[in-house]
Design a binder for this molecule. Structure first.
Ligand SMILES: CC(C)(COP(=O)(O)OP(=O)(O)OC[C@H]1O[C@@H](n2cnc3c(N)ncnc32)[C@H](O)[C@@H]1OP(=O)(O)O)[C@@H](O)C(=O)NCCC(=O)NCCS
Length: 278
């Protein structure tokens, strides 16, 4: 879901997972859903049919199609708030999120990935780590031992989260930022690109710089990027299913070749690095 840059990057992860076993790909990619299919290309190039065509993909329609598609889904939207809303809608429609790990990511032992979490290429999660729902661990980032990443949290490309840190729900750790060990980034907080977090960050706060300090977000040209990244309505977080919808297996068997009633509990799991996908 989502035809912007992040959505199209997720297609890379799907294709890389499928390339593990080209004769029996784990997923059959159906296409993109986006609620603005007829919109002119936006600033981030989303809903640009030409960009999709260059990926050999097409826009199937709006998010409401998910209710009738017999498919698992991924949310390719950067905004944590939007991810929460889509998660809630998809859960209500009975759909299950895919949980994806790029084959060139590094996962250590006892890494529990919540439903819908995506770990991109060259990212690393070492040991005793847990993520919530629809967390994004983006390209080349690293998360060290004993960290917790809350629901809809994002670790942007190249960011570093040191041991024992706690990244709250919906929080954003920007590109190349560092969170030093055992610090807490509160729910909905945003850490600016390149920042070094040496103190706990209060919920919903936007910090930037080295060392990271609160900034007056949105002051340049009236932009409100920070709030777009992390804002969410409390109602969007209600009524979600428990986080136990994924079997502890990776990679999954080819789903499209199985009868639907056999899909949820594959019989011959292939564990990888002892990682657990919740
Ligand atoms: C922190 C951030 C969210 C703020 O965005 P914003 O709300 O639009 O804020 P503005 O651009 O209006 O900047 C507000 C002030 O903070 C400063 N600032 C913004 N980001 C900064 C950063 N990363 N480091 C240092 N200062 C920063 C601006 O210079 C400005 O200062 P001024 O008021 O003295 O001019 C954004 O700049 C950022 O770093 N986002 C991370 C994005 C990212 O990593 N994306 C990965 C996607 S792949």
């Amino acid at each position: 879901m989502g035809t912007g840059g992040y959505g199209r990057e997720l297609l890379d992860v799907v294709e890389a997972v499928n390339a593990i076993a080209p004769d029996a790909p784990a997923y059959r990619f159906l296409g993109f859903l986006d609620d603005q299919p007829d919109a002119a290309p936006r600033e981030d190039n989303s809903a640009d049919a030409d960009l999709l065509a260059r990926r050999g993909a097409s826009l199937l329609g709006g998010l409401d199609l998910l209710a009738t598609l017999d498919a698992d889904y991924l949310i390719g939207v950067g905004s944590a708030g939007a991810r929460a809303r889509i998660d809630r809608y998809a859960s209500a429609a009975g759909r299950r999120p895919a949980t994806l790990v790029h084959p060139r990511a590094n996962l250590g032992g006892d890494v529990k990935l919540g439903p819908g979490t995506v770990v991109c290429a060259l990212a690393s999660l070492t040991t005793n780590i847990a993520t919530g729902r629809h967390v994004l661990v983006d390209v080349g980032s690293s998360v060290a031992h004993d960290c917790r990443l809350g629901d809809y949290a994002t670790v942007a490309p190249g960011a570093r989260v040191a041991g024992g840190a706690d990244i709250g729900a919906r929080a954003w750790v920007g590109s190349q930022a560092t969170v030093v060990r055992q610090r807490r980034v509160g729910a909905g907080a945003v850490v600016g690109a390149g920042a070094v977090v040496v103190d706990d960050v209060a919920p919903e706060l936007v910090v930037a710089g080295v060392p990271a300090r609160p900034i007056a977000a949105g002051t340049r040209g009236g932009r409100t990027l920070a709030h777009g990244l992390a804002e969410v309505d409390a109602a969007d977080l209600a009524d979600l299913p428990p986080d136990d919808v994924r079997p502890p297996t990776w990679p999954p068997p080819p789903r499209h070749e199985q009868p639907r009633h056999e899909r949820s509990r594959p019989e011959s799991p292939r564990p990888v690095h002892q990682a657990e996908i919740a």
